[in-house]
Design a binder for this molecule. Structure first.
Ligand code: ADP
Ligand code: MG
Length: 319
């Protein structure tokens, strides 16, 4: 199977690559053409996943397809963008039909769930790696950036934290637990659900937002820096899932929630006056802290005392 047959069979012919709203021209030409309405901005984000760095190699191709797109689409959620389209640059050691079929199925399932159309890409031979670029639509001026947090705002998250970090030991085979306990955590690692609806709900309400990919502490540091404020996190308020607490004691679970990666939940700052309405619309919304004058991130215990920060998020190239 050559490059062009591969593209045709597994990607151009996939359901997620067929005509979609906002896509004037999809796969097959030198560029895809995306159509925005007047007054809209295009939100663009790229993510690369490298075998052995971002996912274990070998791994299940279907799950990898799901996860690769979920991770990329989460950035659209974080900006409050409505999903539009994505491209896939795929580098593969070999063209194996069974692997490609499963990968394309996983990708297609997540694309369908997110409402994203596959509009192009590139296919090359080499060590397994994936680069996905996602495109979303935003009413001009309404993007949720990291820089608008204001003193007095509440710090909120869009759902339970630490599940994917808790799953990592299972994914890597370092820990074994019975299937029924492992399944809900593994699902949060392999198929995180980008919080696209929440992101759009936060437009015009949240003052700052991002998606948590490197752990709550590390990512809140980004909001604090960009906004020129301090973020205070109250440890006892962190939402922990029953699935996480079924495997880890509370201390370990809290550590996963604070310093583990791969949550892909939204973290955002919100004027207190917006709280009641949003919580009614999004029951998993949890207040975990507040914005104060100062800089950086502080962790507080139940009595409001400052705690030492655990080792934070993974960084490539860190010595
Ligand atoms: P070019 O040589 O002009 O860069 P290619 O031959 O690489 O084009 O790709 C042909 C068409 O197939 C283009 O529309 C491209 O976007 C699309 N394509 C290539 N690889 C993929 C892929 N993995 N997934 C989706 N579309 C792809
Ligand atoms: Mg090319």
């Amino acid at each position: 199977m050559g490059e062009f047959e591969l593209i045709r069979r597994f990607f151009a012919a996939a359901p997620c690559a067929q005509t979609a709203a906002g896509v004037a021209l999809g796969i097959g030409d030198d560029c895809a053409l995306l159509q925005l309405a007047a007054g809209e901005q295009l939100a663009v984000s790229t993510d690369t996943l490298v075998a052995g760095v971002h996912f274990p190699d070998p791994c299940d191709a279907f799950l990898l397809g799901q996860r690769a797109l979920a991770v990329a689409a989460s950035d659209l959620a974080a900006m409050g963008a409505a999903p539009l389209a994505f491209t896939l640059a795929l580098t593969l050691p070999a063209a194996e039909a069974a692997w490609l079929e499963a990968f394309a199925r996983g990708l297609g399932q997540m694309a369908h769930g997110c409402g994203l159309a596959l509009v192009g890409g590139d296919t090359t031979r080499g060590p397994l790696s994936l680069t996905l670029t996602v495109f979303g639509r935003l009413p001009a001026g309404l993007a949720l950036t990291r820089s608008g947090a204001r003193v007095g705002d509440l710090l909120c998250v869009g759902g339970s934290l630490g599940d994917a970090a808790g799953a990592l030991a299972l994914v890597l085979g370092q820990q074994q637990v019975e299937e029924a306990l492992a399944a809900p955590l593994l699902a949060r690692y392999w198929a995180p659900q980008p919080q696209l609806a929440l992101g759009q709900l936060l437009r015009g309400k949240a003052t700052a937002a991002l998606d948590i990919s490197d752990g709550l502490l590390a990512d809140c540091g980004h909001i604090a820096r960009a906004s020129g404020v301090a973020l205070l996190i109250e440890r006892e308020r962190l939402p922990l899932s029953p699935a996480l607490l079924a495997i880890y004691d509370r201390e370990a679970a809290l550590n996963h929630a604070l310093a583990g990666g791969d949550d892909y939940r939204l973290a955002f700052t919100l004027p207190a006056a917006q709280m009641a309405e949003l919580q009614a619309a999004w029951p998993e919304l949890t207040v975990v802290g507040r914005v104060e004058q100062g800089e950086g991130v502080q962790l507080l215990d139940a009595g409001g005392r400052s705690l030492d920060l655990p080792e934070t998020g993974y960084q490539h190239f860190r010595p």
